[in-house]
Design a protein around this ligand. Structure first.
Ligand code: AMP
Ligand code: MG
Length: 518
């Protein structure tokens, strides 16, 4: 193994839990608890990301050496690693949940990569911590594979996200009741190594606020500014500027999720990154038939709080909880209100830009908004696959009506027939709008190809990779990883990955509905 350089600033700069005794507990006055990963029976590397490995300082030979799987299963430490679990709270489904913390994630340390960046390495599924509450600290292969593949895919889609270094099978089984219906099953276990410059969440600040611990909150904010937002340090209103930046980063993230059709599924405030990254991949999903009310999370099926179309407003609500936590550090809350207002403006601007790119227009003007709204209504009514439709629109000549590639993005002939006249009409108006746009035709297509992916990690594609990996066949996982490295490029021979959801996946667990049980 190479000698990595670690700078474990979080441990060094912030107060920790004095106890290292095992067992679940409340941890007041501390940002972290030292805890060792629990070794597993038989670590085996299933997948890894070449560019993340390289950025940290691992060669391909390092990754394939048996020691790598042992380290990233939690069985041994490299020099400089100093493992801990972070303490944080959060609002879950709109309600304050108190202390949550890393219940199954264990940070190994902050590696200073060969790329000059800070990479916090975090094992998810590495065993119990003081924050494990009633659970076992482990993760199943299916959810770990989903996090590994999707977080890397998001990066290649250009969406801010935590990354993933490795996926390691533990050789142990983990019992899960996937649908909370009294049918627990033993499933293969795995550990993902997640990587980000910082894993701080909105809930990291909410917990000291809720406990009235202004001293810890103050230190945490100072730490965040110094380590994660150094460009703001020394400014007269650094904290106000910081909150405004968190708001605008979050706004841009929401516009990106909406652009690619990603539905997070559990936007609790403990799952909101202070860096504006996509974090905590659980029961997420991708919009297939366009439906703003869709949520992949069965735990959310009643209230649909985390439905696709609500994500921007939920992010704003979550920022409101962060603002509330920070209010104890501000004499005047006006800058916090200004940050929340800036969120709305930043989201509107980023969303408009994303929609202009999706439609291949130089800019989306106010008078274009009805054209956009009408299209979304037709996609919903006609049950069109969002990804396939926009990609086909880039290639189609809209003046020619509903070309076969556009038709192929609809799920149901009868529903397509019902909207066809309105669709033909819409295409005619779109053709005229495009003809009047300053962008020449080929530039428009290029703009659309760069904004509308051909390939996204659809739940059923992930399920195929999971089913095979559970049987010991890693080829579908590797093939999926390869395709998703170039999501905006047409990849001849890989048509399988750019298809409508097949019928078998319509009601299959893991494809149409997911739970938090992972
Ligand atoms: P999530 O919904 O994944 O963001 O998790 C919410 C909280 O539950 C966090 O504090 C997690 O660390 C904790 N948690 C989730 N799954 C487990 C598990 N298997 N063992 C221990 N803690 C868990
Ligand atoms: Mg979480």
């Amino acid at each position: 193994m190479p000698a990595l350089r670690f700078d474990n600033a979080f441990l060094r700069e912030l107060p920790g839990d004095p106890s290292t005794a095992p067992g679940v507990r409340q941890v007041p006055g501390a940002a972290w608890s030292r805890v060792r990963p629990t070794p597993v029976a038989a670590p085996r590397l299933l997948a890894w990301s070449p560019d993340v490995a390289e950025a940290i300082g691992f060669s391909p030979a390092d990754v394939l050496a048996p020691a790598f799987a042992e380290v990233f299963a939690g069985n041994r430490l490299l020099p400089g690693m100093d493992p801990y679990a972070a303490n944080y709270g959060g609002h879950q489904f709109g309600h304050w949940a108190g202390q949550l913390g890393d219940g199954r994630a264990i940070a190994l340390g902050e590696a200073l990569g060969t790329d000059g960046q800070r990479h916090e390495l975090q094992l998810k599924g590495a065993g119990p911590t003081p924050y494990s509450r009633t659970a076992d600290g482990r993760a199943v292969l299916r959810s770990s594979l989903r996090e590994f593949v999707c977080s890397e895919a998001m990066h290649h889609l250009g969406v801010p996200t935590t990354r993933a270094l490795s996926l390691v099978a533990t050789g142990e089984r983990v019992v899960r009741d996937m649908f909370y219906d009294g049918h627990p099953q033993a499933e293969p276990g795995a550990v993902v190594c997640r990587v980000a410059p910082s894993f701080l969440r909105f809930g990291s600040y909410e917990l000291p606020y809720a406990r009235g611990d202004t001293g810890l909150l103050r230190r945490l904010v100072d730490f965040t500014l110094a380590r994660d937002f150094p460009h703001l340090a020394g400014r007269p209103n650094a904290e106000a500027d910081w909150f405004a930046e968190v708001c605008t980063r979050t706004a841009r993230l929401m516009a990106e999720w909406m652009r690619v059709g990603f539905v997070h599924g559990v936007m609790n405030t403990d799952n909101m990154s202070i860096l504006g990254l996509t974090i905590d991949y659980g029961p997420y999903g991708w919009i297939e038939p366009y439906d703003p009310d869709w949520t992949p999370n069965i735990t959310d099926a009643q209230g649909r709080r985390y439905r696709y179309g609500w994500q921007p407003r939920i992010a704003h609500w979550n920022l409101g909880r962060l603002a509330q936590a920070l209010s104890s550090l501000f004499e005047d809350v006006a800058p916090l209100q200004a940050g929340l207002d800036a969120y709305g403006e930043a989201f509107a601007a980023a969303d408009r830009e994303a929609c202009a790119r999706k439609l291949g227009l130089e800019a989306l003007r106010d008078e274009d908004l009805p054209l956009l709204q009408e299209l979304l209504g037709l996609l919903h009514e006609g049950e069109a696959d969002m990804t396939l439709f926009f990609r086909a629109l880039a290639e189609a000549d809209p003046a020619q009506g509903l070309a076969p590639a556009l038709r192929a993005s609809f799920y149901d002939e009868a529903r397509l027939d019902a909207v066809q006249p309105a669709f033909e009409d819409w295409l005619g108006r779109y053709a005229r709008r495009v003809a009047a746009d300053p962008l020449p035709d080929e530039a428009r297509r290029e703009r659309m190809r760069a904004a509308n992916p051909r390939y996204v990690p659809r739940n059923w594609l992930l399920q195929e990779a999971i089913d095979a990996a559970e049987q010991g066949d890693l080829r579908p996982l590797q093939a999926l990883q390869t395709v998703l490295r170039r999501p905006y490029e047409d990849q001849p021979g890989r048509e399988h990955y750019a298809q409508r959801r097949p019928d078998w996946a319509r009601d299959r667990a893991g494809c149409s509905m997911l739970s938090c049980s992972s």
